[in-house]
Design a binder for this molecule. Sequence first.
Ligand SMILES: Cc1cc2nc3c(=O)[nH]c(=O)nc-3n(C[C@H](O)[C@H](O)[C@H](O)COP(=O)(O)O)c2cc1C
Length: 364
Amino acid sequence: MAAEAPTIPLLTPYKLGKYNLSHRVVLAPMTRLGSYGNVPQPHAILYYSQRTSKGGFLIAEVTGVSDTAQEYPNTPGIWTKEQVEAWKPIVDAVHAKGGIFFCQIWHVGRVSNQDFQPNRQAPISSTDKPMTPIDGSQPTPPRRLRTDEIPQIVNDFRVAARNAIEAGFDGVEIHGANGYLVDQFMKDGVNDRTDQYGGFLENRCRFALEVVESVANEIGADKVGIKLSPFADYMEFGDSNPKALGLYMAESLNKYGILYCHMVEPRMKSADEIVESPHSLLPMRKAFRGTFLVVGGYNREDGNNAIAENRADLVVYGRPFLANPDLPRRFELNAPLNKHNEETFYTFDPVIGYTDYPFLEDSA
Ligand SMILES: Cc1cc2nc3c(=O)[nH]c(=O)nc-3n(C[C@H](O)[C@H](O)[C@H](O)COP(=O)(O)O)c2cc1C
């Protein structure tokens, strides 16, 4: 009698709200700077459909909520009719292959330069503290948002979420991680406000929660996720008590009943550098009552362990999925993985390093 194949935890089904996922290997949001003039391009159809499997869950790259939301050139937006129309064939291609597709909506805040701002104005933020230039970037000193301007930015997220649904997306992920505008409010390393959006933890999280509430009211809480990175502190956006911040957010999100919370592992010292960390996301996993997604440095083995040990419901893969369009299949077969090439992450090319990573059959 043939022995039964052992179950692979990452490849077990999961019910994400109303969606029946066939496995738990999620495509991470990854900006690739190929959306010329902030408009999604046809080459993204192939990129996303290559990474779609029936019943797979995909999160699209960061997508700007307004004309002040941009940092990098060629990131897509979702505030104009043209952008919404341009997303439609990309979303359709993912749906045609049976994928579930969320749009990650963001505002960069002070991580910007006046060259990417309307009328070359200063980028907006929770603060007017400038960032130290790193890696050759030249951030323009930000302008601190007045209290009475904040509802307009919350509204930009709401409208962007509505536009994402109009484009056909199944839901949105609010980008509250990695030092961008939402994070610039949450973290006390950046937020130096004295109004109701600064100071105590509750005040610093107010903006994030207002965005969550507004987006959930607009499109339904069952279509909303949020990405958070309480422990990350590169780009001068650390917090003095990341565990308290992560826990407060996890507990507060329960009030809105949103679909999922996606958290970056404390071991991610920067966007791509992995270090040993004494911290864990377990307290937040236990506190949050929706679906819990983890990301950051996962491979097949520790992704399987995270599911088997109930530390997460879904595991998000960035670089491995970028380089392996058929990642769930490779995990199923325990096949070798293509190595990602960092040099082609952000080269604007519609093919090289974008849609030319081979499938398993191609390399056989
Ligand atoms: C090329 C590239 C672009 C990225 N762009 C985004 C992004 O648009 N939004 C986001 O939240 N994270 C972004 N990230 C971070 C990934 O979503 C993920 O959190 C990170 O790569 C860690 O996961 P990994 O170790 O599996 O790669 C990006 C990462 C890479 C490599």
